[in-house]
Write a protein that binds this ligand. Structure first.
Ligand code: NAP
Ligand code: ZN
Length: 346
């Protein structure tokens, strides 16, 4: 066992406190990671505020983890001490079901173990990356390419893979018109991936305020959704719409922007149910879909793709004592575009 300093919340919406927890003793396939940076995902806020329900408290959020391997179990083959590594949204899965065997551990039929706010298969609560150390079985650890700084790499472990995976799955590429809704942590990376994959990329943001930056991320077109004309100008245009918004949208309005056979893919995860008219689907053989992060193999592929194409999040590095304020700023969409905690300040 080893002790580690963490940032935890004792109950829903409580302020963060610096406390100490114990990480398990290394099992044969475990690696001990000295965490250096941990990104703040909007899912951390949904969870720490218990907006999705079922929160396990005290909670140590954080599933965008970047650090250095500082010890390895006796049977570890994938990593050695000193390796630059990342951990994303889950830390275990059954390893045997159809989806685990396909490398899609996020859809494990037994249920994956989330990096925090979850119980591991022994029934112990998991604690995430707002922490100086974490113990993870090597199968759920990925390698960070040398050309990516650890602070910049950390948001890729959730925001990166959550957008890369559906864009690939729904074939964003040459000849495809793709819309990205919301320019936050996920959205600003989605623009970069869709552009790098060769799609024609349109950004839909509430205001015109993020236009210059969205174009610099690779967007071809930019429209403000606060302007009703946007929805007539862009009617029936898109093969794929990737919705990264943390709140409920007027789903029918966005469905009207899809071509025949187009798909609206939700990665944004508001707590309240969405509403839409079935006719919005029927009249154009359109689909509504969702997508959950991505598997370990695809996460490694996304990191390598990011390094190869020079894709990186725009980040603001903060101290541990700034996390409460950072949460409020994310809620006000006052973040360009991802907060990353320097965990040495814990
Ligand atoms: P974020 O940085 O807060 O970005 C969300 C963006 O949504 C904002 O920048 C804003 O973009 C837009 N937005 C916010 N409130 C809105 C409202 N009331 N109406 C319309 N647009 C609004 O959040 P994030 O970290 O990217 O996460 C986004 C969502 O994805 C969250 O719900 C999170 O839980 C979810 N998520 C899902 C997965 C998954 O596996 N499916 C993984 C990670 C995160 P504009 O200012 O450009 O309009
Ligand atoms: Zn996340």
């Amino acid at each position: 066992m080893c002790q580690t300093r963490v940032l935890s919340v004792s109950s829903a919406k409580a302020p963060f406190e610096k406390t100490t927890i114990e990480r398990r003793a290394l099992r044969p396939h475990d690696v001990l990671i000295d965490i250096q940076f941990s990104g703040i995902c909007h899912s951390d806020i949904h969870s720490a505020f218990d907006e999705w329900g079922g929160g396990i408290f005290p909670m140590v959020p954080g599933h965008e983890i970047a650090g250095i391997v500082s010890a390895v179990g006796t049977e570890v083959t994938k990593f050695v001490v000193g390796d630059r590594v990342g951990v994303g949204c889950f830390v275990d899965s059954c390893g045997e079901c159809e989806y685990c065997l396909k490398g899609e551990e996020q859809y494990c039929t037994k249920g994956f173990v989330a990096t925090y706010n979850s119980l591991d298969y022994d029934g112990n609560p998991t604690y995430g990356g707002y922490s100086q150390k974490i113990v993870v079985t090597e199968r759920f650890v990925v390698r960070i390419p040398d050309s990516l700084e650890l602070n910049v790499a950390s948001p890729l472990l959730c925001a990166g893979i959550t957008t890369y995976s559906p864009l690939k799955h729904w074939n964003a590429g040459p000849g495809k018109k793709v819309a990205i809704v919301g320019v936050g942590g996920l959205g600003h990376l989605a623009i970069q991936y869709a552009h790098a994959m060769g799609a024609e990329v349109t950004v839909l943001s509430r205001s015109i305020g993020k236009k210059e930056e969205a174009l610099s991320f690779g967007a071809d077109h930019y429209f403000a959704t606060s302007d009703p004309a946007t929805f007539t100008t862009l009617a029936s245009q898109f093969d794929l719409i990737l919705n990264t918004v943390s709140a409920n949208l007027d789903v029918d309005a966005y469905l009207s922007l899809l071509r025949i056979d187009g798909t609206l893919v939700n990665v944004g995860a508001p707590a309240e149910p969405d509403k839409y008219q079935v006719f919005s689907l029927i009249m154009g053989r359109r689909s509504i879909a969702g997508s959950l992060v991505g598997g370990i193999r695809e996460t490694q592929e996304m990191l390598d793709f990011s390094a190869e194409h020079g894709i990186a999040p725009k980040i603001e590095v903060i101290r541990a004592d700034q996390v409460d304020e950072a949460y409020q700023r994310v809620l006000r969409s006052d973040v360009r575009y991802r907060f990353v905690i320097d965990v040495s300040t814990l």
